[in-house]
Design a protein around this ligand. Structure first.
Ligand code: NAG
Ligand code: NAG
Ligand code: NAG
Ligand code: NAG
Ligand code: NAG
Length: 442
């Protein structure tokens, strides 16, 4: 050491370094982990972030190309105490912008007079149903081995998506290391989630302390702390729900029944002729699939899957979801949990209901299921049984994610991106429906 620097030089360097460090705001006041969610109205956007000290909660924003930060909206801040031994407290800030013009680009920063974020931007959602929203879909993305993250960052930054749907299992796990893994993960996804609404549902990896990291860190629409909710976009009604209510009964069987009743009510409303005409596509997202051909012992590998058929070891018995979704004519069911990709032929009651043998997805006679849980995490891949059931149409264990575009009332496109194969599209399908709702199955 002394051969390279004199002690004077070391002092000079240290003084300089301390001055530099001092000149940025203290870490506790600096906003971080910034992410967007869509509250269901194209004039609105929700911005959520974290500080480690209590600060004010402001978003300053303006139309892209206009005067910077000519508008300001105040939000609210809630303390979240993690359940770990250190009982770390985080301040979660939430702002709902309500005066936006649909389909425009906005520039924003968030924080307070004690510390501002970098400059960020988003596009508001377009109004009406006469446009074609684009989505990225995946589940099971971890803080370690997040294989798809770089590709998703670039896709997002070049404007390929209107929404990201993260179908459960975050960070592995958010509560670990006294929730520092949660912090680290939320920083990692900021490069996506601060630019495009990042919509979520809970997975099994969020179960610690009654899903508290999940419930407190995200800000989905509705009043269920992000556990179940729905929103409309373009010609689509999307329902996000928790499959975990079928597995963690200790947190309350009433949650399962409350969700089921809500699902029924929401589906009934979405199926009113005037609503279904406006938004013919009904799409669900939930973490654990009803069907899969993986070689583990998960629920979906069983004929009597809890998610599919419900449970009869509870009092009262708990209804499953397959029949409910079928009766209300759900078009497409998105799942994750299995660290692989699998596309199914239209299926109901373990039976295939192709539109026709030649064109199984043209006027399918049952819902279509996609399982996309291979974004990348420390648990790596899940394998497949050698001989899948007849409902399995395509499978891959490559790391990757799914793109979806709802083109119009009749056409929906899905493709699977392999990260292992440098972004090659390894599967794609058009679902074409001249009719939606339960009548389409006949
Ligand atoms: C942040 O909070 C900690 C713990 O309460 C406190 O010790 C520290 O002084 C605060 N920092 C600032 C900059 O307010
Ligand atoms: C778990 O959280 C949910 C949602 O906040 C709540 O309704 C339920 O009562 C909680 N369960 C327990 C056992 O605390
Ligand atoms: C219901 O319970 C019976 C008896 O325990 C069992 O054989 C059956 O598989 C269960 N059905 C479902 C759908 O869980
Ligand atoms: C469904 O369609 C696919 C593709 O044509 C075909 O391979 C499969 O055998 C069909 N399944 C049934 C049960 O008709
Ligand atoms: C939807 O888009 C497809 C593909 O461009 C087109 O063939 C079809 O006619 C469109 N459907 C409607 C109802 O406009």
């Amino acid at each position: 050491m002394s051969e390279m620097f004199t002690s004077d030089q070391i002092w000079l360097f240290l003084t300089f370094y301390i001055t530099l460090v001092r000149s940025v705001p203290p870490v506790g006041l600096q906003p971080e982990q910034i992410h967007l969610s869509y509250p269901g109205n194209p004039r609105s956007m929700v911005i959520t972030w974290t500080t480690f000290n209590k600060t004010d909660t402001l978003v300053e924003y303006g139309v892209w190309g206009g005067k910077l930060f000519d508008k300001v909206t105040q939000g609210s801040c809630a303390m979240f105490e993690d359940g770990g031994t250190e009982k770390r407290s985080l301040f979660i800030h939430r702002v709902t912008l309500r005066d936006l013009e649909p389909g425009l680009a906005y520039v924003y920063h968030c924080g307070s007079e004690e510390g501002w974020s970098e400059i960020l931007f988003f596009n508001t959602i377009k109004e009406g149903n006469n446009w074609s929203p684009r989505f990225a879909l995946f589940g099971d993305l971890g803080n370690e081995n997040p294989q798809s993250l770089a590709r998703l960052q670039k896709d997002t930054q070049i404007g390929m998506y209107d929404f990201i749907l993260h179908i459960g299992d975050f960070a592995y796990d958010m509560e670990e290391d006294n929730a520092r893994i949660g912090d680290e993960f939320m920083r990692q996804i900021q490069s996506i989630a601060a630019y495009v609404p990042y919509m979520t549902c809970p997975g099994n990896h969020e179960q610690a302390y009654n899903f508290s990291n999940y419930r407190n860190r995200f800000s989905m629409p509705g009043d269920t702390e992000s556990l179940w909710y729905s929103w409309n976009v373009g010609p689509t009604h999307i329902i996000s729900f928790s499959t975990e209510v079928y597995f963690y009964l200790d947190y309350g069987l009433d949650l399962l029944f409350r969700q089921y009743q809500w699902l029924e009510k929401d589906l009934k409303e979405a199926n009113k002729p005037e609503n279904r005409r406006e938004r013919p596509w009904i799409i669900t997202m939930g973490h654990r699939p009803m069907y899969c051909s993986n070689d583990d012992k998960d629920d979906c590998t069983l004929f009597e899957s809890y998610v599919r058929l419900g449970r009869n070891d509870t009092k009262p018995p708990a209804p499953g979801l397959e029949e409910l979704f079928y009766l209300y004519g759900v078009d497409l069911e998105l799942w994750a949990h299995e660290h692989s990709y699998e596309r199914l032929w239209p299926v109901y009651g373990f039976q295939v209901f192709n539109g026709s043998k030649e064109q199984p997805y043209v006027n399918p006679k049952a819902p279509v299921h996609i399982i996309t849980g291979s974004a990348g995490c420390r648990e790596e891949h899940d394998g497949f049984v050698p001989k899948p059931r007849e409902w399995s149409a395509f499978r891959s264990t490559d790391y990757g994610y799914t793109r979806m575009q709802v083109l119009n009332s009749t056409h929906l496109y899905i493709e699977q991106v392999s990260d292992d194969q440098s972004g090659r599209v390894i599967d794609s399908v058009w679902i074409v429906k001249e009719q939606h709702g339960v009548a389409a199955w006949l």
